[in-house]
Every structure is written in structure tokens, then in C-alpha cells.
Design a protein around this ligand. Structure first.
Ligand SMILES: [Zn+2]
Length: 290
């Protein structure tokens, strides 16, 4: 292994499911050299959550998975929780838009509480659907997103944003939404970024880049903060989607093998950016050598 000694190897956004590979996928990540996962919650049930208790149960599933991954795969896991923005769209026809919005806001408050209790490190995913919705739903979505950003500020944590692909104007709009809510610079994170954001255009939005080979090469010399992620879905019907969980450590190893100088640049997404955006350094694994 030619990675710099002590370098954490971090996938900044993935999902795991009790119905999917779960710990097995995390072991594959570990075997490839991965050390830290940011684990985003998701709907584990067939039905979209209908109550705050449904969301609590969902977050608890994420937390239980995180514990198992740490115990059985020796990977440090940080949980990221929030009601998925698209839940609001799905549940509105049944509950009505007003009740669906009320539920969503309450679930965001619950997620904020989890962060303040240190059961999670960020709110995510929050934001907007990546498909068109009716004006009525659209306005509820905007109210929910505004609330999510306020809760992120109050909970002193990042907001991990789900949205359509953003151009420069879209990134600026997102930045101003974060600023309006008082979210600290860097703490609005555009997850699933599929193209490079020029550092001058993106500040203070932090991109979490999909770890495709060419994109990683393209952004490697950019200053912090930026992250790498797989958005691994752990869905048996879509194996390896979006990228396999072993991808980030494999890319890191390939970069370090190609050039030790480039290997040193990996401190940017894996250490410096975590510190800048989250305010802590990825801690060493319990079982690892100093
Ligand atoms: Zn995701």
C-alpha cells in the first residue's frame, strides 16, 4: 500500500440497507483500504414514512447499521439523517400537502435533535426533487428546504443537499439560500456532484464529487473543501449503483501508486475538508496502528 501513512480514506456519502449487502459491502470497502464512511439514512421500508415515529425508526435502523459496520468491519461510521425531500412529494397525495409538510418539518426537527445529541453529524439528504413537481408541492418543498437550512444552522452542522445537477447559477442560488439561513460557509454541501465546480464559482458551497476516475483526476488539485463519494445505494436490484462501495479506496490507491505527490493531495478530501466542514478530524480506527 503506497498511501501516505495515517491517511484516512473516506467515502463521504453512501447508503447501506439491512435488506441489501450491509456489513458485507462495508467489509469490501475496508479490504480495499477504506477507513471512514458517512452513512446517509434512507427509507428501509416499502412505504414512505407517515409519522415522526416512522422517521425515528428509520434513523434508528441507520444508527444500528453504523454500529454493526464499526464492530464487524472495523470502519468508522458517521450517520447523516433527515427526511428525504422526495418523501414529501410521495406522501402528499395521501396526507394532503399541508399535513405532509408538517410531518416533514417535524422530521427535520427530529434530525436536528439527533445531531445535537451527537447521534448524527449532518442533516441529509435535504433539498429538492430532481424532477418537476406541481407549484403547490414546489412551494412546500421550498418551505421544507428553508427549514432544513435553519435546523442545520441551529444544530451547528452541515446540510447535505440533494438536487438536480447545478450549473454556476444554480450553485450561486444554493449559496444564497444557505447564507439567508445563516449556515456557515462550506456547510452547504452539494452531494452527487458529477462535474467539477471551479473553486472561484462554487464558494461557499462544498461539492461532494461522485468518485468517477476522470472527475477525481480533474478536481484533485483543487483547494479544500471538497469530498469524494460513491452514493452507493445497497439495492439488490441495482448492484453497484451508483458506484460500488470499494470505489473511493480503489481510486485513492491508484492515485498514490501513480504519483506519491498526488497521493499527498488526498489529505484534502479525506482530512482537511472534513475538518473544515464538520469541525472534527476523522478519528483513527479503534484497531488501527498509530
Ligand atoms: Zn444518497
Amino acid at each position: 500500500m503506497t498511501l501516505p501513512p495515517g491517511l484516512p480514506v473516506v467515502d463521504h456519502h453512501c447508503h447501506l440497507s439491512p435488506a441489501g449487502e450491509g456489513v458485507t459491502a462495508a467489509k469490501r470497502f475496508r479490504a480495499a483500504g477504506g477507513t471512514h464512511l458517512f452513512l446517509a439514512t434512507q427509507n428501509y421500508a416499502a412505504r414512505v414514512p407517515r409519522s415522526v415515529d416512522d422517521y425515528r425508526a428509520q434513523f434508528e435502523t441507520t444508527e444500528a447499521l453504523a454500529r454493526r459496520v464499526t464492530a464487524e468491519a472495523d470502519v468508522v461510521v458517521y450517520s447523516v439523517v433527515a427526511p428525504y425531500p422526495i418523501d414529501l412529494v410521495r406522501v402528499a397525495p395521501e396526507l394532503g400537502v399541508a399535513a405532509a409538510l408538517e410531518l416533514h418539518l417535524a422530521a427535520l426537527d427530529l434530525a436536528g435533535r439527533w445531531v445535537r445529541e451527537r447521534r448524527a453529524v449532518a442533516l441529509g439528504e435535504v433539498g429538492r426533487p430532481h424532477f418537476p413537481v406541481s407549484p403547490e408541492i414546489g412551494s412546500a418543498i421550498e418551505t421544507a428546504f428553508r427549514h432544513a437550512l435553519v435546523v442545520a444552522r441551529e444544530s451547528n452542522c452541515p446540510a447535505i443537499v440533494h438536487s438536480d445537477d447545478l450549473d454556476t447559477a444554480g450553485v450561486r442560488e444554493l449559496a444564497s439560500r444557505g447564507a439567508e439561513a445563516g449556515v456557515r460557509a462550506g456547510r452547504v454541501v452539494k452531494h452527487y456532484a458529477r462535474a467539477r465546480f471551479a473553486p472561484a464559482d462554487r464558494s461557499p458551497v462544498t461539492p461532494s464529487y461522485l468518485a468517477r476516475r476522470e472527475l477525481v483526476r480533474e478536481v484533485l488539485h483543487d483547494p479544500a473543501p471538497w469530498f469524494l463519494e460513491t452514493d452507493f445505494l445497497d439495492d439488490r436490484k441495482r448492484p453497484g449503483a451508483v458506484l460500488d462501495l470499494a470505489t473511493v479506496p480503489r481510486r485513492a490507491a491508484a492515485i498514490a501508486q501513480g504519483s506519491p505527490a498526488d497521493g499527498e493531495l488526498l489529505w484534502i478530501p479525506f482530512m482537511d475538508s472534513v475538518e473544515k466542514v464538520y469541525g472534527f478530524r476523522p478519528e483513527p480506527r479503534a484497531g488501527s496502528a498509530p
